[in-house]
Design a protein around this ligand. Structure first.
Ligand SMILES: NC(=O)c1ccc[n+]([C@@H]2O[C@H](COP(=O)([O-])OP(=O)(O)OC[C@H]3O[C@@H](n4cnc5c(N)ncnc54)[C@H](OP(=O)(O)O)[C@@H]3O)[C@@H](O)[C@H]2O)c1
Length: 327
């Protein structure tokens, strides 16, 4: 089976290349990709700043949606022709991509592949970091930074669907409005004064049980200050910087947990275990329409550099995806 895929000859030169699609291993499926999700990690990989793990495909692309066209010998749940979205170990910016069967979710008819491609990475990142590392429970308050982001837009809906009170941040009045519409009960504007002051004035100072921080840098002390006793702070990104100066006394006086993770380093079995939980707890809410993927723009695969520039500028709301179909 012929495959076309994106090869970055240099960070500023993307070429469509061709080869033969790889065979599915015993526990894998080959997916004919209709759409692939774009993630910030892809931009870093293109710039040579985030090399893929050694066992991953060198082709960028961490999530896809399309149709199963080959099934490995030990697969039991999927069959040829099934519509799925899936987390890939790289290789998503292509006409065909490999995914483990247990890293796939069966797409309901109500979701397009454009919408499906916006889900796997965000669902898994939020599930693992907010529900597992952060141990969010129904009735607790969670602060999800960057509510307008691919991660944040799904995270707000997931946490709200599980019964948490969600507050968030965004970078303009219009974006704050959009994030509130996703289910956040309060949204602070990080471009208008102190986040700590805004969140405290709204009555949440010292009352936030879980914080999903995508920004780091100067926000870390704010996180410690805003967290409730026994609060859990999960850092997954450093958009405001890798270094933070914090008052360690806040950590022990409030018995806080400060943790983090990166999905690319999460092993296969852990990912599969999370997908089982997502299938059980979250997917029914997606099927019911209570959690909806937000797709800002779909670019054709050949326009990948334009799509990356859109993400770099940060003017999108929700996800950007690539249309990987030819012709
Ligand atoms: N560790 C992991 O496993 C993992 C997995 C996925 C993603 N991530 C990280 O999570 C972050 C979000 O990823 P994404 O794919 O959802 O990206 P994205 O869609 O491009 O969203 C970026 C978000 O950052 C917000 N933002 C930009 N500058 C900010 C600032 N100075 N202070 C606060 N917020 C700011 C933007 O909000 P406004 O424009 O409204 O301000 C936007 O919501 C990235 O840092 C990414 O690397 C980590």
């Amino acid at each position: 089976m012929d495959r076309h895929y994106i090869h970055f000859e240099t960070p500023d030169l993307a070429k469509l290349a061709n080869d033969t699609a790889p065979p599915a291993g015993p526990e894998e499926v080959l997916i004919k990709v209709d759409h692939a999700g774009i993630n910030r990690a892809d931009l870093l990989q293109r710039l040579g700043l985030y090399p893929p793990p050694e066992d991953a495909s060198p082709i960028p692309g961490l999530e896809v949606a399309g149709q199963v066209v080959a099934v490995g010998g030990r697969c039991t749940a999927l069959k040829l022709g099934d519509r799925v979205c899936a987390l890939t170990h790289g290789g998503g910016y292509a006409s065909h991509a490999i995914a483990r069967e247990d890293h796939c979710l069966a797409l309901p008819d109500s979701l397009s592949t454009e919408q499906g491609a916006a889900l796997p990475e965000a669902l898994l990142t939020v599930w693992y970091n907010v529900m597992e590392r952060g141990q969010l429970s129904a009735g607790e308050t969670v602060l999800i930074y960057g509510g307008s982001s691919g991660i944040g837009s799904i995270g707000i809906q997931m946490a709200a669907a599980l019964g948490a009170n969600v507050i968030s941040t965004a970078g303009s009045v219009a974006r704050c409005d959009a994030v509130r519409a996703l289910g956040a009960s309060f949204v602070a504007n990080h471009r208008e004064g102190s986040l700590t002051e805004q969140i405290t004035e709204a009555g949440y100072g010292g009352k936030i049980d879980v914080i999903l921080d995508i920004a780091g840098g100067d926000l870390m002390q704010a996180n410690l200050d805003l967290a409730a006793l026994d609060g859990r702070i999960v850092c997954i990104g450093v958009m405001r910087g890798m270094q933070s100066e914090i008052n360690l006394a806040t950590l022990f006086m409030k018995r806080l947990t400060l943790t983090g993770s990166t999905l690319r380093r999460l092993d296969t079995a852990e990912r599969a275990r999370c997908f089982t939980a997502i299938r059980d707890r979250i997917w029914p809410q997606v099927i019911a329409g209570n959690i909806q993927p937000i797709v800002d723009t779909a670019y054709s695969l050949a326009d990948v550099l334009e799509a990356h520039e859109h993400m770099r500028l940060g003017t999108h709301l929700g996800k950007l995806v690539l249309d990987c179909r030819m012709g």
